[in-house]
Structures are given as C-alpha cells and as structure tokens.
Design a protein around this ligand. Structure first.
Ligand SMILES: [Zn+2]
Length: 372
C-alpha cells in the first residue's frame, strides 16, 4: 500500500515519512484510533516506504521488487499478527490467506468484519499464547533482505495476558533493526507494561473534506451527498460506508425525524403516541442510528441558523426540511435537545423500555421546540 492510497491524514503521513528519512524510527510504535481512521493502512504504507529501494520524497515507488512484495503481503521481512479464532487455528499464519484477501479487497475494516470473514459462527478471536512463540521465533531469525524486520500487530488489545507477558522482553530489547507496529483501536485496553514500551502515535479523524472527496471519487457520490455523509461519519470511512450501505435506513431516519418534529410542533398528542409506538418496534440498533441522526440534524440546524447555509453538510432533501425547521433550534434549547437525545441513546444501549423512552422523548421535544 502506498501513502497516496490512504484517505486524508496528510500531516501524519508527512511525519511518518520524515521519521524514516531522518532515520529516527522508534523500534516499537503504537498507532491508535478507530479502525475507520486508517491505522492499519498507515502501518502498511509506512512498512512499504521503509522497504522500498527507490523511495520518493512523498511516497514509496510502488514498482520496485520490495514494493511489489509488500503490496502482495509476501515480503519475507514483513510479519503480521492479528486476532484469530482459537478453535479453528491458534496462530495468525494459519489465517494468512484470509488476511491477504481482506486487505486486498478492503484495507479499511474492523474486528467484526474480520471475524465475519474467518468464522461463520462469529466466535471471539484473540491473540493467544502460541502466537507469542511465533513472534519471538520470527524475530530471532536474521532478516532475509538484510534490512529491517517489521512486525505489525493488529488489535493488540485482543492479546491474552500470557501472550502479552511473553512479549515484554522482546518489546523492551528487540533484536537489531526490528520494528514493532502495534495498530490499536483503544490503547487503554492494553496492559500498561505494553503501553509503556511503545511510542504512541494518535491517528486522528479523517478530515471531512478529505472523506467527502474520497466518497465522490471512489464511491461516485454527488458533492452534496458526499458532504452530508462525510459530516455524519465524523472522520471514519467505515462509518461513511455503513451509512451508504443503509441508504434505505437513511430515508427512513429522515422521515422519522421530520415526522417527530412535525407532530411535536403541532402538539398532536395522539400522533406523538403513534410515532413512539412505531419507533419502539424497529429494534435497538436502528433506534440508536435514529438518535445519532437526530443529533446530527440538530447540530446542522444550529449551523444553518448562525451561518446561513455555508457550513451545513446535508443532502438536498434535508436542506429543504432544515430551511423550515432550523428556526426551532436555537441557543435557548440546543443544550436541552442534545442532552436529552444523548441520554436517550445511553438508555437504549442499556435496554430501557423503548415505548416509554420514546414517548418521553416526544413530550420533551414538544416542550423544547416551543421554547426556541
Ligand atoms: Zn519501491
């Protein structure tokens, strides 16, 4: 993978390139951020740049033998560790074919997508004790190509304690020219002893304009739609893809939101009860998406009020609605709106009674709308 294939992350890419060119490479680095921000693709591009024999100032060449081997995940000095389902196989090597296919088809993916690929029973994958032996064995061998040996550990937080303990020594004092790249979604779940032996690199959100440009080019989205989805996805390409895949849901959420605001504005109590009935039957995950959507629309309404339509990131249909609705969201009620919907999200997650919860939400919304 080359840096140019990575969505956004301009600044971090430059920092990684600078580290290699100035030969200041910490031997154990921990890239941290949600999978949709691109930690793994960055680790792959970083490795390719490191191995490339015809480096350009901005990127690997993509053509030399080393680049080709990294691209096919066949470079003998590039090793991978990832969580695997122990009852199928105990070490990453046994899943290498799946790993190559996954990265070839979709280099941005999360642990759930990986689990779906390797086990139709969706059993929880971990990095187990056997893996630590493989890691130590592989790194004790001399590098094939005489340069660096790179060990990419994806989702190290899924490592069991035994494996983590066995790696402490080699993380502390690795053989010469060894580079550990740990790619984590949540470093706080790692043992402190592992965290303290690595240099933390925070992978930031993908900028909205970069994500929108990607959706327009790679996913053939219109500018308006790409901007709307990118704003909603909040820096994660995986969130953006999930959103596009559920575009039917998107229409449904929009309708539900418009309906809620309409009946609450008119104070139609019977219609409010019907609305709460309907939404309490759509299931917890859809309810959570709805709440997220509602929060997004409220923030956009506030922006519409204060900045005209300059900054708002919504689709055409949404823009038409916001024009009428925005005046009802203001400094007088936005805090109440957001804290009420945030609280509802939290309660849905904890299996609150949906009908009661959404009925209350209706009445609160009615009150807030009329205090704008
Ligand atoms: Zn190259």
């Amino acid at each position: 993978m080359q840096f140019q294939q990575i969505i956004g992350q301009t600044q971090l890419k430059q920092e990684l390139i600078r580290a290699i060119n100035s030969d200041k490479i910490a031997h154990a680095q921990l890239l941290q951020g949600p999978a949709g921000y691109g930690g793994l693709p960055l680790a792959l591009a970083f490795s390719q740049y490191l191995f490339c024999t015809a480096r350009q100032p901005e990127d690997s060449c993509g053509l030399c033998a080393a680049c080709l081997k990294v691209q096919q995940l066949q470079h003998p000095d590039l090793h991978f560790v990832y969580p695997v389902v122990q009852s199928i196989g105990k070490t990453s090597d046994l899943f290498l074919a799946d790993w190559r296919t996954q990265i070839d088809e979709a280099p941005y993916f999360d642990l759930f997508q990986w689990t779906e690929r390797i086990d139709n029973k969706l059993r929880k994958p971990i990095i187990g004790t056997e893996e630590s032996k493989d890691i130590i064995r592989k790194l004790s061998l001399k590098g094939y190509e005489g340069g660096y040996k790179v060990m990419i550990i994806w989702q190290p937080e899924e490592m069991n304690t035994d494996c983590a303990n066995k790696l402490l020594k080699i993380l502390e004092e690795p053989p010469a020219r060894t580079l550990f790249l740990l790619v984590s979604e949540d470093a706080s779940k790692l043992m402190i002893t592992i965290q303290s032996r690595t240099q933390l690199i925070r992978v930031p959100k993908i900028k909205t304009e970069d994500l929108s440009a990607y959706l327009q080019q790679a996913k053939s989205q219109s500018r308006t739609n790409a901007d709307a989805v990118a704003a909603f996805a909040d820096g994660s390409v995986l969130a953006a893809m999930a959103y596009l895949e559920t575009s039917e849901d998107q229409d449904q959420q929009r309708e539900q939101f418009i309906q809620l605001m309409r009946v609450c504005y008119k104070k139609e109590v019977l219609a409010m009860m019907n609305w709460a009935d309907d939404i309490s039957g759509i299931g917890k995950e859809r309810q959570k998406l709805f709440i997220q959507y509602a929060l997004h629309m409220m923030r956009q309404s506030l922006l519409t009020n204060y900045m005209g339509d300059v900054l708002t990131k919504v689709s055409d249909e949404e823009a038409a609605f916001l024009e009428k609705f925005a005046p009802f969201i203001s400094g007088n009620n936005i805090r109440e709106f957001i804290s009420t919907f945030d609280a509802a999200y939290y309660q849905i997650d904890r299996n609150a009674n949906a009908r009661i919860l959404f009925t209350q939400l209706c009445f609160q919304t009615m009150r807030y709308i009329h205090q704008a």
